[in-house]
Each structure stands twice: as structure tokens, then as C-alpha cells.
Write a new protein. Structure first.
Lengths: 365, 551
């Protein structure tokens, strides 16, 4: 079985790599299909006319964990008959693998969390553009790559959490304000090695400049109640237990804790509402430069932006749908509406190196 | 070292074949490691900026942290491993027969699992501290659970079995005869232990400590759970944070240099020493501990077993019981079979290659040849100190290159990348050092005089191989097989990157859960992994009784 798959995919690679069928033209041919097909919004879910030249499986390299996305792919296969092969791993190694494999790669799609990773892959020339009316209609522009190399598919908001027992939310305002000495010994942060914090700081650099950001980060470090945490869950539990009073987390981690313990004395505070808005990031995907099943890959990404899968993102991982027309599930809705930071998420990748160096200088570990 | 212990005449056809084969294998295994070292060829402006930044900000702190960890873990595993090995092999006290195998069990627990279990139990929000606060108030003192001491403790608990296993084999071979001889010559007990017993067992102990330290240096999982920054952390942030794999590889090769220097120094330190024992241990006389001493010995073993195995397993069981119903599905059979299958294949391949390398060196025809064999062997066994995903990148680059070469030369399809062969090779490279240690010490235990005797009695070279080397090496080989088996089961980063489609293992499953902070849901695969590891671990202990003397 396995060897047959290897054989088939190897054959496909050879086919895709042959000079008679340049990848770029295949992409262009494909782009026309969905554009013509989508006449009105109700047709979004309709199966595309069969693009018979490459009907093999779509191979996805993903740093999103299997239990979060496999159910989506199973639905896709049910609806379209197109198989999806999933290879999960960590961001860095997956991108390195994609790079090492070059034009012999198996992957049609790279699917990662955090725009920083997608930006890195795009920057290395590992992705090809997909110009799709479906995506342009379903996903807001600031969640997509300006050149169409990747698109966000779900949104995660990173904001402030506080102890309902020891903090009056009126004291809270912005991420920057957590550097105020009044929070000395009361702030908990996750490690700077997590890409979510790199992105948060990167967008702050874009907003208020390097110097001001460095001052903020130094203030955070001075306010830390304890060493940095390795996970947002632990951080939330620490606030609940009284180790610290405020912290910064992705909302779905609080959702997980609330599902376990509805009475947990920790709440979300929407940061920066008077100014830039809450820092949002994405999970998203792009078609690989040397994909052999471009049509299938495009179809899968487009499908993921439509109603049902968008609902499922919210269901499976308590994230926000990237498609603004879709409502999240009850628990997520109960946190209330908030203003997003609409800076293009690509900024997070562009300034990530600078952010990492800044955090190192500020001794944020 | 005398050269007269060759089973095969230097000129024989078989010997030359053996030499060539062993050098060739060493070269193959070394390629990905060399690919990583060659990254020094690229030192553009981007790399220089990052190096400057690392020097300016954190390299010093990370190097210091790493040294603290290395010395702490080195001391920890030596103290635990040697004391427990001595107690269970030469003394008699209540429970000894259970402890002699039970104390090996922590080997089945991956370091990253131990780390998240301990953090789950002892963190501020965990059950222990919560209970203490409810008794003694919110300001009750508790040691810093993320301190260097805690990290050293975790590593010592999961890694001491390497020292325990190898030291025990050596102590069993010594019996109490060395100790008795030293005592008769007038040394007080502790001095006799330090000055006679330990030096005789030194190669075995050092072998175990070296394995433990190389694993410590390569680790990223456990240290990242604790937020303890080491050299490996710098490797990862250069890669994932600063998007520069070249600097990551350069940092990794510095790590290798450090290991290589340390190993060379150790070899140099015992250059002119060779220990073999003379008589076979006749009786299993042991020191009968009585009264307070017996109680103390039993309590000590109990305590270690409790902390290193019973507590973490209990916590895993509690978590599993919460999530069992939702998480267990039929795919666990598949994860389990993949895990076992890969581990078995990797163990056989790795042990076979380790044997060939060791034999190749032993039978080198000349001093020059022997030196080549030695160098090749040293590079080939360095892979153990490389962080798994850095090694995986080296492998990926090599295999893609070979595949492309084959494709252009023979119009062949890609055969290496995304194949089980690739993954097996990754395991061989990563764990060759682990297999090498017991095979090598088994080989050292075969005294040159035995071979000379066999040869002078007219046994043909192939007969010597078949009837002397193979039977005498069997226990060492078996140990190599089992340790590699357990290590491969626990391996995560290289498996994640190199595995072919659909080859998810239990370790991969653990990763998928922990990476999203779902530690409780990681408990099921972690516990399954641990259970699967128990059988080889128990076999390992049983086997250690039959290891050759003098290793």
C-alpha cells in the first residue's frame, strides 16, 4: 500500500516536473476555473468542474495538529472525492524539508499557524500565488498575503487575561500599559520563543517603533511575577491559582480552560480597543511552488474559506472564523465583539527577526 | 593496545573486506553530520549579524547554563547510577531482587514526558503547591520548580539508568573480589571503593555518563518545557525565530566539537589503562546488609523508584482516566505497531553497524589503519549529541541530493526521501553511539590471550569469529539492541521530520498533543509508549547478568 502511494506520488512528481507542463501555467489555468464557476455566493460550495489532468491526492505539510484539521479534510474528501494526505510536523523543519526537496517535493499545500511562518516560506520562494475570487470574497485583505501567496483561514486573537478576584478591568487598557510599574510582580508571560509573542512584538514595532517597543518589553520583563511559561494554559492556571494577576494569551487557550472549569476566575480583556485593536494572527495555507496537484490544492484552500469548515475551526479549536460572515460558536461568542488590529498579518513575518533580537536585548526569555 | 589479538591475519581477504566495509559504513553514517559541519562554508552578512547578536545578548548565558546542566546531570547520573548499581549488584538487602530490574524502568520514560508530568504536579497551580497553600497560607515557601536544580533533577532521573545498567554489569563482573582484595591490603571501605572498585569499572561508568550527557546536550523537549535556555535553545531560536538554518547548523557543530574534545580527553585519560578481570566469578557471595544499613538501602532505592517512576506513572494514569474514553481510538493499534516496528528495524540495523565498526577497528591490520578506523568511528558516533531536528535537516539535504543524483543518472524515482529507509538511517546516525558503547565494551572484555589461545590451538580465523567473538559478544549486542529499541521509541524530532506519510508513531502523537498545551491528552500516548518500553527494559536487566566480565 505504502509503496504504491510512493510510486504514484513519485510518478506524479515526474509528471509535474517535466518541461512540457510548466507549473506556472498550470496555476494560471486553474485560477480561471473557480473564478468562472463562482457566479453568486450560493455557488461557493458547489463542486468545481473536474480538472482531470491531476486528480491525485492533495498532499498537505502541516504544523497544525492532526486532531484539529483532519476532521476538516475528511469532510472535504467526502464532498469532493479528493483525497488529502497529511504530513504534520513543526514549522521550521517542515519549511526546511520543503526547501530541501525543491522541485521534487511531495507537498501541494503548506499549512501552518502564524503568519510569520507563511511569510518565511513565501520569502524563500517556496509558495506560488493563487488569485482566487472565492478567497478574495471570503477572507479580508489584511489576513491574506498581498501577492496571493497564502491566505489566512482562521483567526486567533492574542489579548490580555486577568484575575477576576484581584484585578478591576478598569485598570487595564493596552499591551503597552502592562509595562507600567504598577504591575510589578503581577505579570505573567509565555516564553519569547513562542512565535505568537514574536508576532505580537513585531506588530508593535510596526506601530510604535523599535525604541518604544523595547521600552515596553523591558517594562514587561521588570514586572514579571515568575519565570516565563512554556504554555498559555499554564499561564492561565497560574493566574487562577494566584501566582500572578495579568497575562497575555491566545483566546482559545482560555476557552479550553473554561471548558474544563467554567468557574475559573480568569477573564479576557480586549486590549488596545481605543487605539490599534487586538493583535490577531492566523492559521493559513499556501500552494507550494512545485505542487503537482495545483487544482486540487486551490480547491481545498478555497473550500476551507467557506461556511462549514469555517464553523468547524471555531468548533474544534475555539478559534475565530477568518470569514467575517461566519459566526463563531457560543463559548467564543460569549467573549463579546472586539476591534481587530487590521495591520496586514504579513508584518509579523517581515519584522519577526527584529522582534526576536529586540526581545533578546530586553532579556525577555 | 597489542596488535596480536587479531582473529584474522592482516593480509586475509576477509579482513580487508571487513576493513573496507566498516570504513564505508562509517563514511555513510558521517555524511549528514559532515553536511552540518560544512555549513561553516556560508558566513554571509546575514549570518554575521546573527552571530554578533548572539554574542552580544545571550551566548554567554546559554553556554554557562549548558555547562551547569552538563556538570549537574553528570554528577547526578553518576551518583544515582553508581550507588544504585553497587547496592543491587554486590549487596543483599530486602527488596534487592525487585530493585535490580525496577530501577531500570525510568529508561522507558521520555525526558519530555517526565518534564511535563513534573511541572503538572509541582507547579504553582499544581495539586501539591495548591494543597500546601491551603494548609500553610498563600505565602508558604516552595522551591523554584523551574530552577536549574529542578531541570538537573529531571534529567538525572530519566538518564541515570544508562549509568546504572553499564556500571552494574561491571560490578557484577567484579563481584566483591576487587573490593575484598583492596580491604585486605588495608584500605578502609570507602577508600577501597573510590580507589579500586570505581577505577576498574571506569570505562563502563564513563560510557554510561557520556550517553547521558550527549542526550542532555541534544535535548530540546524537556528544557523547553521548563523554560531553561541551553545551547540547543539558541540553535532552535536561530532557526525558528531568526529564520537562519545556517547559523543553527553552525551552532550545532560547535556542540559537536565540544563533545568530540570531551571524548578525546577522556580517552587520553585512560590511554594506558586496560582492565580485565582474571577469574570468573565463582560464587555470588554478596555483602549482607543488616539492621539500619539494610533499611537505609531499601529506603534509598524505594525513594528513587518512587520519584523516577511511580509518581510520574500515577500522574499519567490519572490524566488518562480523565480522557480515556474520548481519545482512545482504533488508530492506537497503528501507532503502536509503527512504533514497535520502526524501533525493531532500527535496533537491528544499528547494532549490526556498531558491531562491524567495532570489529573493523579491533582487527585493523596496522596502527595507521587502526587510527583511521578510530577517527571514522568517532565521527560516526557523534550524531547522538546532535539535536534531532538539526540532524534531520542534514539527512534531508543529503537524501534529496542523492535522490536527484540518481534521478538524473538513471532516470530513477525518488527512493530515499519519504521512505522508511530514510527514517531508519536517521535512527542509525542518531543512536549509533548508544549501540556502540556496549558492543565496544563487550569486545574489550575479550582478552587478547583468549584469541591467541584459540589461534595457537589451530582454529581458523572464521572459526575464531564464529566460536569466540560471536558468543562472547552476544550479551553486549543484545544490550545494544534493546537500548536502541527503547531510544528509538522515545525519539521525536527526527521522526517528525523524516517519517514517510502515514507513519505516525506514539511519540508523534505525544508531540501533537503537547505542542498545543494539551498535556492531559498527551498522557495516553505517553503511557502507551512507556508500557511498550517496559518489556525491552526488563529484558535489558535480565541480560545484564550475562554481560562479559571486564567491560
Amino acid at each position: 500500500m505504502l509503496s504504491r502511494i510512493t510510486l504514484v506520488s513519485s510518478f506524479l512528481i515526474l509528471a509535474a516536473c517535466s518541461r512540457e507542463a510548466p507549473v506556472q501555467s498550470a496555476a494560471e489555468a486553474n485560477v480561471a476555473t473557480p473564478a468562472a464557476e463562482i457566479a453568486d455566493s450560493t455557488a461557493v460550495d458547489a463542486p468545481a468542474p473536474a480538472n482531470t489532468e491531476s486528480s491525485g491526492p492533495v498532499v498537505v505539510y502541516s504544523s497544525r495538529q492532526e486532531y484539529l484539521i483532519k476532521p476538516l479534510f475528511d469532510r472535504f474528501t467526502e464532498e469532493t472525492g479528493i483525497e488529502v494526505q497529511l504530513q504534520t510536523g513543526e514549522d521550521g523543519p517542515l519549511i526546511a524539508r520543503l526547501e530541501a526537496e525543491g522541485d521534487a517535493t511531495f507537498a501541494d499545500i503548506l499549512y501552518t499557524v502564524d503568519a510569520g511562518n507563511l511569510w518565511a516560506a513565501a520569502n524563500k520562494g517556496l509558495l506560488q500565488p493563487l488569485h482566487s475570487d472565492v478567497l478574495e470574497k471570503n477572507i479580508p485583505a489584511h489576513l491574506r498575503d498581498p501577492q496571493g501567496l497564502w491566505s489566512g483561514l482562521s483567526v486567533r486573537a492574542r489579548t490580555i487575561v486577568y484575575s477576576t478576584e484581584r484585578v478591576d478591568p478598569a485598570e487595564l487598557s493596552t499591551y503597552e500599559a502592562l509595562a507600567d510599574p504598577k504591575w510589578k510582580g503581577k505579570l505573567c508571560l509565555r516564553t519569547s520563543k513562542k512565535v505568537y509573542n514574536m508576532s505580537l512584538v513585531a506588530t508593535m514595532i510596526d506601530r510604535i517603533g523599535v525604541e518604544a517597543t523595547e521600552e515596553v518589553v523591558r517594562g514587561w520583563v521588570a514586572n514579571l511575577a515568575t519565570r516565563v511559561f512554556s504554555s498559555d494554559n499554564l499561564l492561565i492556571q497560574a493566574i487562577a491559582a494566584g501566582q500572578c494577576d495579568v497575562g497575555i494569551v491566545n483566546t482559545y487557550y482560555l476557552g479550553q480552560e473554561q471548558q474544563q472549569n467554567p468557574e475559573i476566575p480568569v477573564k479576557l480583556f480586549w486590549a488596545n480597543q481605543e487605539v490599534s485593536g487586538v493583535h490577531v494572527n492566523i492559521s493559513g495555507a499556501g500552494i507550494t511552488k512545485y505542487a503537482h496537484n495545483v487544482a486540487g490544492a486551490a480547491k481545498l484552500i478555497e473550500w476551507l474559506s467557506t461556511d462549514e469548515p469555517q464553523h468547524m475551526f471555531s468548533d474544534l479549536n475555539l478559534e475565530y472564523p477568518a470569514n467575517p460572515a461566519i459566526e463563531p460558536i457560543e463559548l467564543v461568542k460569549s467573549w463579546g465583539d472586539f476591534k481587530h488590529d487590521t495591520i496586514n498579518v504579513e508584518t509579523a513575518g517581515r519584522l519577526q527577526t527584529e522582534a526576536v533580537m529586540l526581545m533578546d536585548r530586553a532579556d525577555y526569555r | 593496545m597489542p596488535l596480536s589479538d587479531q582473529a584474522l591475519p592482516a593480509s586475509s581477504y576477509q579482513n580487508r573486506l571487513l576493513q573496507a566495509l566498516s570504513l564505508l559504513l562509517a563514511a555513510c553514517v558521517s555524511v549528514p553530520i559532515i553536511v552540518i559541519i560544512l555549513q561553516w562554508g556560508t558566513l554571509g552578512s546575514g549570518e554575521q549579524v546573527i552571530w554578533q547578536h548572539l554574542f552580544d545578548t545571550k551566548l554567554g548565558r546559554l553556554a554557562l547554563n549548558t555547562l551547569i546542566l552538563v556538570f549537574g546531570v553528570g554528577a547526578g547520573v553518576t551518583l544515582l547510577g553508581v550507588s544504585l548499581a553497587w547496592l543491587t549488584s554486590v549487596c543483599e538487602f530486602p527488596g534487592r531482587r525487585i530493585f535490580e530490574w525496577a530501577l531500570m524502568l525510568p529508561l522507558a520514560i521520555p525526558g519530555y514526558v517526565m518534564a511535563f508530568v513534573f511541572l503538572g504536579i509541582f507547579s504553582y497551580a499544581g495539586p501539591v503547591q495548591t494543597q500546601l497553600r491551603s494548609w500553610f497560607g498563600v505565602n508558604s515557601w516552595f522551591p523554584d520548580i523551574q530552577s536549574p536544580g529542578a531541570v538537573i533533577l529531571i534529567f538525572s532521573l530519566v538518564l541515570y539508568p544508562y549509568v546504572f545498567l553499564l556500571a552494574r554489569t561491571a560490578f557484577l563482573a567484579q563481584g566483591r573480589s576487587t573490593m575484598d582484595a583492596a580491604r585486605v591490603l588495608g584500605l578502609p571501605p570507602f577508600a577501597a571503593f573510590l580507589r579500586v572498585v570505581i577505577p576498574v569499572a571506569r570505562p563502563a561508568i564513563v560510557g554510561g555518563v557520556a550517553l547521558a550527557l550527549m542526550e542532555t546536550l541534544a535535548d530540546f523537549g524537556a528544557v523547553s518545557v521548563f523554560g531553561y535556555d541551553t545551547f540547543t535553545t539558541a540553535i532552535y531560536t536561530s532557526w525558528s525565530g531568526l529564520f537562519n538554518l545556517t547559523v543553527a547548523a553552525q551552532l550545532a557543530s560547535l556542540l559537536l566539537l565540544f563533545v568530540a574534545v570531551a571524548m578525546t580527553l577522556e580517552q587520553y585519560g585512560r590511554k594506558h589503562q586496560r582492565y580485565t578481570q582474571n577469574e570468573r566469578r565463582k560464587t555470588s557471595r554478596s555483602y549482607q546488609l543488616r539492621g539500619g544499613r539494610a533499611v537505609a538501602a531499601t529506603l534509598f532505592c524505594c525513594l528513587i523508584l518512587l520519584i523516577a517512576f511511580v509518581i510520574p506513572v500515577t500522574q499519567l494514569l490519572v490524566w488518562v482516566s480523565n480522557n480515556f474514553a474520548t481519545d482512545l481510538d482504533s488508530r492506537y493499534v497503528e501507532f503502536f505497531l509503527h512504533t514497535i516496528g520502526l524501533a525493531a528495524m532500527a535496533a537491528v540495523t544499528t547494532a549490526a553497524i556498531a558491531l562491524l565498526l567495532a570489529l573493523g577497528k579491533r582487527m585493523a591490520a596496522s596502527t595507521g589503519m587502526r587510527r583511521w578506523q578510530q577517527r571514522a568511528e568517532r565521527i560516526a558516533t557523534l550524531g547522538y549529541a546532535l539535536p534531532g531536528s538539526v540532524l534531520a535537516v542534514g539527512i534531508m539535504l543529503t537524501f534529496t541530493w542523492v535522490d536527484q543524483l540518481l534521478a538524473s543518472a538513471f532516470q530513477m524515482q525518488a527512493i530515499l526521501v519519504n521512505s522508511v529507509v530514510a527514517l531508519l538511517l536517521a535512527y542509525v546516525i542518531r543512536f549509533l553511539a548508544v549501540a556502540h558503547a556496549p558492543v565496544e565494551s563487550g569486545l574489550l572484555g575479550i582478552k587478547p590471550s583468549v584469541i591467541e589461545a584459540a589461534r595457537s590451538l589451530g582454529a581458523s580465523p572464521s572459526r575464531v569469529l564464529r566460536e569466540v567473538y560471536v558468543p562472547m559478544l552476544k550479551p553486549g549486542l543484545f544490550t545494544a539492541l534493546l537500548i536502541v529499541f527503547v531510544d528509538v521509541m522515545k525519539e521525536m524530532p527526527a521522526t517528525l521530520m523524516v517519517r514517510p506519510f502515514g507513519w505516525d508513531t506514539l511519540a508523534v502523537r505525544v508531540f501533537q498533543m503537547t505542542t498545543e498545551g494539551q498535556w492531559e491528552r498527551a498522557a495516553l500516548p505517553a503511557l502507551t509508549l512507556l508500557l511498550a518500553g517496559l518489556i525491552p527494559v526488563i529484558l535489558l536487566v535480565k541480560n545484564s547478568r550475562f554481560m562479559p566480565r571486564g567491560c
